[in-house]
Design a protein around this ligand. Structure first.
Ligand code: GTP
Ligand code: MG
Length: 207
């Protein structure tokens, strides 16, 4: 018996924040460094397995370019879930995300589950070698790979950190106030991507 429930999910957000890349990571566990902009929208499906059930996401990946804005209601109408994406290295993209959230809260299904995703977090995460030393969790006395390497100078770390334009705390506070799930993600490394879809799935009511 196929117990899987269909869940219609829409992705919204400014152009080039990484909506299609998040979907590509979730559906194919893949990443393309030079992904072409979406025209209109793309449709993909992917199963999502929880402990007690399986959902089948029907994903509408919309185009972020402004000229496609008027198409969006077709895709979020009847959607049970939305992922609103911004780019942690671009403050203006969070403002755009907030305006999408407002539009969804006014015009979409009142029970829609909305997640806010701050993408491209790989661009602002110093490599583990640059993090302050911590006791090695494997308990051995061997130096782990993730110790200082040439080139990981403090100034390189500062440079990486300075790319961040949206502090995590600020976005988290906004998400909490607006009643959204919140994640930082990287379609490039995969960080946080599956979590977005599984945490949404857990909030979809069982019918
Ligand atoms: P539109 O379809 O125009 O709305 O754009 P989009 O939001 O679908 O963005 P897309 O997935 O096409 O990604 C835009 C660019 O950002 C591509 O060159 C991606 O390779 C890159 N990109 C996407 N996600 C990430 C990420 O997590 N990290 C990094 N470093 N680059 C990313
Ligand atoms: Mg796209």
């Amino acid at each position: 018996v196929d117990k899987s429930v269909q869940v219609k999910l829409v992705l919204l957000g400014e152009a080039a924040v990484g909506k299609s890349s998040i979907v590509l990571r979730f559906v194919s566990n893949d990443f393309q460094a030079n992904k072409e902009p979406t025209i209109g929208a793309a449709f993909l499906t992917q199963k999502c397995r929880l402990e007690d059930r399986v959902l089948r996401y029907e994903i509408w990946d919309t185009a972020g370019q402004e000229r496609f804005h008027s198409l969006a209601p077709m895709y979020y109408r009847n959607a049970q879930a939305a992922v609103v994406v911004y780019d942690v290295t671009k403050a203006a993209s969070l403002e755009k995300a907030k305006s999408w959230v407002k539009e969804l809260q006014r015009q979409a299904n009142p029970n829609i589950v909305i997640a806010l995703a701050g993408n491209k977090v790989d661009l602002v995460t110093p490599s583990s070698s640059a993090a302050p030393p911590t006791p090695s969790p494997d308990g051995d006395d061997e130096p782990d790979d993730a110790t200082a390497t040439p080139g990981e100078t403090p100034s390189a770390v500062a440079e990486v950190e300075s790319l961040r334009q949206v502090p995590r705390d600020e976005a988290q506070a906004y998400a909490t106030e607006a009643g959204l799930l919140f994640f930082e993600t990287s379609a490039k490394t995969g960080e946080g991507v599956v979590e977005v879809f599984t945490e949404i799935a857990k909030k979809i009511p069982i019918e």
